[in-house]
Design a binder for this molecule. Structure first.
Ligand code: PEP
Ligand code: MG
Length: 871
């Protein structure tokens, strides 16, 4: 029996269509639904995997007919077909028929035993009956696909004329709303700027609508042709009547409109630079990720999150990803090339959606909605058709075809000579580059500075940060992130002072503006006055002196005043970190974050490549212990080439760490083989991240056993007694710590994740940075529970979260009974010094009281007053 698949942005819509269609045949014809996405905040969307699963669920050799609503539904359906085995692909038909009428006609025909081609023809002709009854002649279907809009002279085409009253005309956000609304309807919407006497253009094309150059006071004519023409026009009219959700203002009034003057709101933790008086162009600015509009700001102090200690004074440079150069060539398989472009566009959409979600948290939905324009650009039917034609008809490679259509859009914007469109050009170029980068295998942009500077950016990914040169990047100042985000951790490891989560107005400063930054207090100053510079210079020199003093004893063992020796290990990500770590007095490596071997590249490292790195690190350690953590991607470390971290609404709660590895056994086994082979003559232990259940540990150990057996069989040596431990960083692991302790040789407590999961606060979100606090008694009690379970089972336990590097927390950690701390290399000396000043007896007393406090603030106060009682 032929199967039918309904693809829609809305689950409710798809289920409704299925319900209607099923009534026609009493459920004989299998109908599957692929609709909506798993994002409770934003459930409208389509997902190729869902479409694939729906097709597979109704597949038979008789064929499958897929009906879609619009926009990305088509892309998702096209991608889904690629996932099917080739033999099945031939039997799946994507049909442009109208969703409701088409589904009903198709079901009736399929139930009557027609073949797939007859079913498809029935679906396609489904509007005929309706059109005849209403006396409307449908436009020919070729017009739907045409880039040159035409109106159908024969049919009575309803039209409306509207005067644009919102102050900024159809700037990015209203244009996006207009196009999204137009695209919702089956009718073809055409629009003309009568004031500028432009051509009629397609209302569902963001680029064509933008080229109308619609400003306040312009008169537009909008026509709609199709079965839902009146509804479409009514919906568009409602947008205008509502001023696109912006504050209304008469086009003839000269008064300023205060509601439009709002810029980006200050971060909860930040003190914003004031907006300059009378600057009314702030609302025009797109979110910081895409624009570096230079706007004068009042000099001032910025308060952000103290993410990496140290002082920096330097001119600023905005982080701008490098542009990708492309080559043009002839392709022999244009269909595959078109699929490649669609896949890159699909991934680009997901990336933008991820930025969009982050931006809406940080700058509010209204401003973040401007990202819609970027998404619509990737859905623009005119643009996609032009790219498709270049590939399929001219056999051009995807990069060249894409670049050509993007260039055309940019040129068309430029020819309008409308300076306000420059920002739109930036958007188009940015989206264009994103797709090119993905086509090029997602080669990540490298930050390169010629002169020392403070880097200013919206955000830096862990791979951006890992690639920074500390001799050139003297400081980091971003508008997002938090102290335990991976970017912050790397900044500390590299010793680069960093202040994160400052007000987004910093992005409007001109390159070269001098900034001073204190990564310990989380403050930055724009063009600082001399007394600030003097204070910072004094602080910098005191900081350096203290560092030197600490370094002088850093190579001694860390022993408390009452004689307890505590091991201080290093957290590292690569070979240069281990060199710094050993030079700074590390007694071993408590955490090698292997994911950094996998970032900044386009495919996974081979067994040999990994072996070389593990051996090199172990060599530098010279028989000191090395704990290698298996791959922990996901969360804030997406890995596009492994398709991890990009498709999930909540990546920190998704396929991360051990979950991902157990789903990707080839990758996992390759890493285990490399670690085992490196263990022959070195003191290596293996550690599993993100363990939440005993089952995961057992599964991982079984795989390890299989790899060991394979190596044995191949006669390849490894350390048969290599210890296996787990990160305790998920609350469930604490709850069942006694059961987990029976399975492994050691625990390492990861307070960065444990805090975010216990406090239900994303570690990368500055708005909840104050909640992700490992010194909160809720987290400390969990840490205590994990330590007690380890002690009871007689296994060793250390702590490798960032809390270990905070010397204020040292008395708590020692008091809880830890005798192994693993910290970033820059902090080793300071932590050893802190240990030497304490006695276990006083630490235990502090802990007893700390666990009874009701907030992290009170824990901090308690420690400060207990260790350094006020005079
Ligand atoms: C942790 O979660 O505390 C930890 C050390 O791991 P990571 O920061 O790499 O997630
Ligand atoms: Mg972790």
């Amino acid at each position: 029996m032929i199967g039918i698949v309904i693809v829609s942005h809305s689950k409710q819509l798809a289920l409704g269509v299925r319900e209607l269609a099923a009534q026609m045949d009493h459920g004989q014809v299998p109908i599957a639904v692929a609709a909506g996405i798993e994002d409770p905040e934003n459930p409208l969307g389509t997902d190729p995997i869902q479409v694939y699963e729906a097709i597979a669920s109704v597949f038979s050799d008789d064929g499958v007919l897929v009906l879609m609503d619009l926009g990305s539904a088509l892309l998702s359906a096209e991608m889904a077909i690629e996932f099917l085995p080739e033999a099945q692909q031939q039997k799946v038909y994507l049909c442009e028929a109208p969703l409701v009428e088409g589904a009903i006609a198709a079901v009736v025909a399929a139930a009557a035993g027609r073949d797939i081609h007859q079913v498809m023809a029935e679906a396609r002709g489904a509007l005929q009956a309706k059109a005849t009854q209403l006396g409307v002649v449908n436009r020919p279907s070729s017009v739907v696909n045409s880039n040159t809009p035409t109106t159908n002279g024969e049919s009575p085409t309803p039209e409306i004329r509207l005067i644009v009253s919102n102050r900024l005309g159809l700037h990015a956000r209203p244009a996006a709303q207009f196009v999204a609304t137009a695209a919702r309807f089956q009718s073809q919407i055409l629009v003309q700027n009568l004031t500028k006497n432009t051509e009629l253009v397609r209302g569902d094309s963001i680029n064509q609508v933008t080229t109308l150059g619609v400003r306040q006071g312009h008169e537009l004519m909008i026509t709609a042709t199709g079965s839902d023409a009146n509804e479409a026009l009514a919906a568009l009219q409602a947008l205008f009547a509502n001023n696109f959700g912006e504050a209304a203002r008469s086009c003839c009034s000269n008064k300023e409109e205060p509601a439009l003057k709002t810029g980006f709101p200050s971060q909860a933790t930040g003190v914003g630079l004031p907006n300059p008086e009378g600057e009314d162009n702030v609302a025009l600015n797109s979110p910081p990720a895409f624009h570096h509009k230079v706007t004068p700001v009042t000099h001032g102090e910025l308060l952000g999150i103290a993410a990496s200690a140290g002082v920096a004074i330097a001119p600023i440079v905005h982080y701008q990803p490098t542009h990708i150069l492309i080559k043009e060539y002839h392709v022999d398989y244009p269909d595959a090339e078109w699929q490649r472009l669609q896949a890159a566009i699909h991934t680009a959409r997901q990336e933008i959606q991820a930025v969009f979600s982050q931006a809406s948290i940080q700058i509010g939905d209204a401003e973040a909605a401007i990202f819609d324009a970027q998404l619509l650009f990737l859905e623009d039917p005119v643009l996609l058709e032009a790219a498709k034609e270049r590939i399929l008809e001219h056999h051009l490679n995807a990069e060249a075809a894409w670049q050509a259509v993007v260039d055309e859009v940019v040129t068309s914007y430029h020819t309008l000579e409308d300076s306000s469109l420059q920002e739109r050009v930036d958007d188009v170029v940015d989206v264009g580059q994103r797709v090119l980068r993905l086509l090029a295998g997602n080669a990540p942009a490298k930050v390169h500075l010629d002169e020392p500077a403070i880097l200013v950016a919206t955000d830096l990914t862990p791979s951006d940060t890992a690639g920074l040169d500390p001799t050139k990047v003297l400081g980091i100042c971003t508008t997002s992130g938090s102290a335990t985000s991976h970017s912050a951790i790397i900044a500390r490891t590299l010793g680069i002072p960093a202040v994160l989560g400052v007000d987004a107005q910093v992005l409007h400063l001109a390159d070269g503006t001098v900034m001073a930054l204190d990564g310990e207090s989380g403050r930055a100053w724009v063009e600082p006055e001399s007394h600030i510079l003097d204070l910072l210079a004094a602080k910098q020199s005191a900081w350096q002196t203290a560092q030197q003093q600490a370094l002088a004893t850093a190579h001694q063992p860390a022993i408390t005043r009452d004689g307890r020796q505590v091991s201080v290990f290093a957290n590292i990500g690569n070979i240069s970190d281990v060199q710094v770590a050993v030079a700074s007095g590390a007694q071993g490596v408590g955490l090698l974050r292997t994911e950094f071997l996998y970032l900044e590249r386009t495919n996974a490292p081979t067994e040999e490549e990994q072996l070389e790195v593990y051996q090199a690190i172990a060599q530098v350690l010279d028989h000191r212990p090395l704990i290698i953590r298996t791959l922990d991607v996901g969360g804030d470390k997406p890995l596009p080439y492994l398709r991890v971290g990009l498709r999930e609404a909540n990546p920190f709660l998704g396929s991360r760490g051990i979950r991902f590895c157990l789903d990707n056994l080839d990758l996992f086994k390759t890493q285990l083989r490399a670690i085992l082979r490196a263990s022959v003559v070195h003191q290596i232990k293996i550690m599993l991240p993100m363990i939440a259940t005993v089952t995961e540990v057992r599964a991982a150990k079984t795989i390890l056993g299989e790899v060991q057996a394979e190596l044995n069989q191949a006669g390849i040596p490894f350390d048969v007694a290599m210890k296996v431990g787990i990160m305790v960083e998920v609350p469930s692991a604490v709850a069942i710590a006694d059961q987990l302790a029976a399975e492994v040789d050691f625990f390492s407590i990861g307070t960065n994740d444990l805090s975010q999961y216990v406090m239900a606060s994303d570690r990368t979100n500055p708005r909840v940075a104050n909640l992700v606090d490992a010194l909160h008694p809720a987290v400390l009690r969990m840490v205590q529970q994990a330590i007690q379970a380890a002690n009871a089972a007689g296994i060793s336990v250390g702590l490798c979260g960032e809390l270990a590097a905070d010397t204020l927390a040292t008395p708590i950690l020692l008091g809880l009974g830890l005798d192994e701390l693993s910290v970033n290399p820059q902090s080793i000396a300071g932590v050893k010094q802190a240990i030497a000043r304490l006695s276990i007896v006083e630490c235990e007393a502090i802990v007893a009281s700390a666990l009874q406090q009701d907030s992290a603030v009170h824990v901090r106060e308690l420690i400060s007053t207990s260790v350094n009682p006020p005079a």
